[in-house]
Design a protein around this ligand. Structure first.
Ligand code: FAD
Length: 559
């Protein structure tokens, strides 16, 4: 298996030096899924592309979603047929491109007396949903009786249950999807750097011509030049539009969404469920390996987008919803083993609640040529990228460059070839055998296949025989991350590359020392840098597991 250079954290300063001397066609600001999708689309159409991310890739909203590749059933109710059709169709495309990472997930929609969805409305709604998304065969929706619903999910309270809908969606890992998009973009000649924050713009004859950045790893200032600049900075889009002194007529509205994670045995749902909450909203419970996660909330947010926390009232809301829906669950705050909170960068619509605001994306072009993309969904990243790069291509007048059609529908992620279903099953079997022979817990096979896909064989090959299995696997993973996935901090590895903070946090104390030592040796950290990394990871662990009241948070902000 061959991997691209230019995505290693060890060559950073040399790579940056050559990058500063290049004039790019396109600079993309923001390494979330939107920016990563644009970067791949542009590079694969032959545009010289540079992506800059102020923290780590996917450290914004793109590691905080519900992690569903879905059409968004509730948008059907809001009559957003175009959005549902586009995202619905995209599900199958993204699954085909990364079948290890975007996996089919049947969704159960229990119908209850007085709930959001009635029987006939749901039947028609799901039929329309399938039709818009071109769903065929066994994946088409089924309507279930009350008894069938309880047989599928005995944990549901039977009291108000009247029946259910059963339909097809897909589950993913948002941060891994982002990183695989970037890795693929690098193979097409793109360059990408994390920890480079765009502070201002360069202009030539009143047209945008590049960016000025702070390098957070060295404190240096760096400039990069390009013919076009796209800001895909999610919740930070308006901040950059302000720097360009052109906020336009529309602006962002930030809405916070929280998820909490329980050990699977505490909330042993058999499958994913989309259920009613007493206030008229709907939330998901999604089993994933050894855990079940529940979310999300939807509340207006006006704090610091760089640190979004789960509050006690978020937790109480989600716990209340779970207790009202499932039997035998006396879940308490102390049962929560992790959580995440993210911001939806919605386009503001006067008079609408955040739940009712559209999830559609929009492109804005400023007076001096800054292109900003806002809104949208993880699921629609590819189409958003296509629209953005179509626009960029129309604005590029470089001699010798001919605009190209979008190709990303044919570019596999996480592998050099499109993985067929039998090839994926074969990979799963192989990894299961190797995990067993290495005396690793059986659940590590799923972990490896869903995270790394075909690259898991490479990671298993690099495991040392002379160490305890968990430590040996972690050592192979971190070496892979440093060399091929631009891991630069402990948090990059434990949060964004592996999702361990959310889904396997029992592994962190076991492997933390070995991972830290390899990072220190490879990246030549001083003792102070090691301590900074430790502090940042400790803080993130605390943020994911400690829940303050809003008043406590306000008083802590003044400390
Ligand atoms: P972000 O991921 O926030 O990326 C923007 C990046 O820009 C950040 O990494 C940031 O650090 C960087 N940046 C900002 N300023 C600068 C600067 N000056 N210089 C350099 N870099 C900068 N969608 C789905 O399809 N399915 C779901 O299940 C789903 N669930 C969701 C649940 C919640 C709770 C939320 C909040 C959203 C959900 N979404 C879902 C929506 C989806 O997550 C977002 O649409 C998507 O992740 C947004 O990605 P982005 O790249 O635009 O923004």
């Amino acid at each position: 298996m061959s991997f691209p250079s230019f995505f290693s954290s060890t060559n950073r300063s040399a790579d940056l030096a050559t990058t500063e001397n290049t004039i790019f066609d396109l600079i993309v600001i923001g390494g979330g899924v939107t920016g990563a999708g644009i970067c791949l689309d542009a590079a694969s159409r032959g545009l010289r592309t540079l992506l800059l991310e102020k923290k780590d890739y996917a450290s914004g909203t793109s590691s905080k979603s519900t992690k569903l590749i879905h059409g968004g059933l509730r948008y059907l109710k809001q009559l957003e047929l175009g959005l549902v059709r586009e995202t619905g169709l995209e599900r199958a495309v993204v699954h085909r491109l990364a079948p290890h990472l975007v996996v089919p997930e049947k969704m159960l929609l229990p119908l209850i007396k007085g709930g959001n969805y009635g029987k006939w409305g749901t039947s028609l709604g799901l039929l329309t949903y399938d039709w818009l998304a071109g769903v065929t065969g066994n994946d088409r929706r089924q309507m279930l009786s009350r008894e069938q619903v309880l047989a599928l999910e005995p944990l549901l309270k039977p009291d108000d249950l009247t029946g259910g809908g059963y339909y097809a969606e897909y589950r993913t890992d948002d941060a891994r999807l982002t990183i695989e998009l970037l890795k693929k973009a690098i193979t097409y000649g793109a360059r990408a750097f994390n920890y480079l924050q765009v502070e201002d713009f360069l202009y030539e004859q009143e047209r945008i011509a590049g960016v000025i950045c702070t390098d957070h790893l060295t404190g240096n200032t760096r400039s990069f030049r390009a013919h076009q600049v796209v800001s895909a900075s999610g919740p930070w889009v308006d901040g950059l539009r302000q720097k360009d002194q052109d906020l336009g007529k529309k602006h962002l509205f930030l809405s916070k969404g929280v998820h909490v994670v329980f050990p699977r045995e505490k909330l042993p749902v058999r499958q994913s469920i989309y259920f009613d909450v007493a206030d008229g909203r709907m939330i998901f419970a999604i089993p994933r390996g050894q855990v079940t996660y529940v979310g999300t909330t939807d509340t207006p947010f006006s704090g610091d987008p760089n640190r979004v926390l789960t509050t006690r009232s978020d937790v109480q809301y989600l716990l209340g919803a779970v207790r009202a829906t499932f039997r035998h669950t006396q879940l308490r705050e102390s049962d929560i083993i992790s959580s995440w909170a993210g911001l939806r960068p919605l386009i503001y619509e006067a008079g609408k609640s955040s739940s009712a605001m559209s999830r559609k994306d929009e492109l804005f072009v400023s007076e001096r040529g800054l292109i900003s993309i806002a809104g949208g969904k993880l699921t629609g990243y590819r189409k958003m990228a296509q629209r953005t790069v179509d626009l960029v291509q129309r604005r590029i007048h470089r001699k010798g460059y001919t605009p190209q059609p979008c190709q990303t529908g044919q570019i596999p992620l996480g592998s050099t070839n499109l993985l067929t279903k039998p090839a994926l099953s074969h990979l799963q079997e192989q990894v299961e055998q190797r995990v067993k022979s290495r005396h690793l817990p059986a659940c590590m096979a799923d972990y490896l296949v869903h995270l790394y896909g075909p690259q898991s064989s490479f990671i298993l090959d690099s495991m040392s025989d002379n160490d305890e299995p968990q430590r040996a696997l972690a050592a192979a993973e971190i070496r892979f991350g440093l060399r091929y996935e631009q891991v630069t901090t402990l948090a990059d590895f434990f949060v964004r590359r592996t999702g361990m903070l959310y889904f396997h946090n029992e592994r962190i104390p076991v492997i933390r020392e070995v991972v830290t030592q390899i990072c220190q040796d490879t990246l030549q950290w001083s003792q102070a840098q090691r301590e900074d990394n430790d502090r940042e990871l400790d803080q993130l662990i605390r943020d994911a597991t400690t829940f303050y009241t809003t008043e406590q948070l306000a008083s802590r902000a003044h400390e």
